[in-house]
Design a protein around this ligand. Structure first.
Ligand code: CAA
Length: 249
């Protein structure tokens, strides 16, 4: 069977790296999309570190907030991976936390653009080749905070909840052509994003998690990879919660 090609946006980040590893372990040819504020050297250093760890992962620059940049990114991926994208993991995302009263338009707009508009830009670029091939796997990374809301995250909760609406609508449109679309909603996972939360706030959050700890990025990577597998053709439009029991819906 030909090797599947995956593009993981935000692939060099905390959860992104674990997703890249798990997909590579499953025999997929993986391209990590990166932005890194345009710091290409940082991305190259990440790639070298993966190589040292035994992972041969390609990298492609792209700003998921910008349609032209996404287009150039996908064209580059097709060139370096020598084929079109079979698996898209829309993982890139940002936080700009603050209570709603203090939230600026910029904080709102940046989060909605990076977390939600990115779904439109990236998915539009890969969906037609998937439909033509009769195979595709799209996994959109949302959050427990979309499902339950989070103090200080009106922007992020709104964007991440929008992701699952997008997933369910698109899943219906492409189901008959072998393309599945699912959401994964991680809880609090030990990544640089969660490390930014003030310790006393984080301690209170951990007390609300029945499993009693933060999640590990690898626990997300393995679930995403399952949803991307050829065997997973009957799972579509679902929202897969991985949150240590913090929210049960
Ligand atoms: N529920 C109710 N009240 C709360 C509260 C809560 N969860 N948290 C704080 N408050 C209260 C405070 O006690 C304070 O009350 P007083 O004014 O009476 O003292 C008031 O609300 C204002 O709170 P702060 O002073 O803390 O407000 P701030 O502007 O300094 O900070 C914040 C607000 C930045 C949002 C801070 O609370 C915070 O960082 N919260 C964590 C947000 C969070 O969980 N982000 C997740 C990031 S990781 C991620 O997003 C990944 C993922 O998908 C899970």
């Amino acid at each position: 069977m030909t090797q599947r090609i995956a593009l993981v946006t935000g692939g060099t980040g905390g959860i992104g790296t674990a997703i890249c590893h798990a997909l590579a372990d499953a025999g997929v040819k993986v391209v990590a999309g990166y932005n890194s504020g345009g710091n290409h050297d940082k991305a190259k250093a990440w790639q070298e570190a993966q190589k040292t760890a035994g992972y041969d992962i390609l990298i492609a620059y792209g700003d998921v907030t910008d349609e032209a940049s996404c287009s150039a990114c996908v064209a580059h991926v097709e060139e370096i991976a020598d084929g079109s994208v079979d698996i898209l993991v829309n993982n890139a995302g940002i936080t700009r936390d603050g209570t709603f009263r203090k939230m600026s338009w910029e904080q709102w707009d940046q989060v909605l653009t990076a977390n939600l508009d990115s779904m439109f830009h990236m998915t539009r670029l890969v969906i037609n080749p998937m439909l033509d091939k009769g195979f595709g796997r799209i996994v959109n990374i949302s959050s427990v905070n979309a499902q339950k809301g989070q103090f200080g995250q009106c922007n992020y909760s709104a964007a991440k909840a929008g992701i699952h609406g997008f997933t369910k609508a698109l899943a219906q449109e492409v189901a008959a052509k072998g393309v599945t679309v699912n959401t994964v909603s991680p809880g609090y996972v030990l990544t640089p994003m969660v490390a930014k939360i003030p310790q006393q706030v984080l301690d209170k959050i951990i007390k609300q998690i029945p499993v009693g700890r933060l999640g590990a990025p690898e626990e997300i990577g393995k679930a995403v990879t399952f949803l991307c597998s050829d065997d997973c053709g009957y799972v579509t439009g679902s929202d897969f919660s991985i949150n240590g029991g913090q929210h049960m819906s």
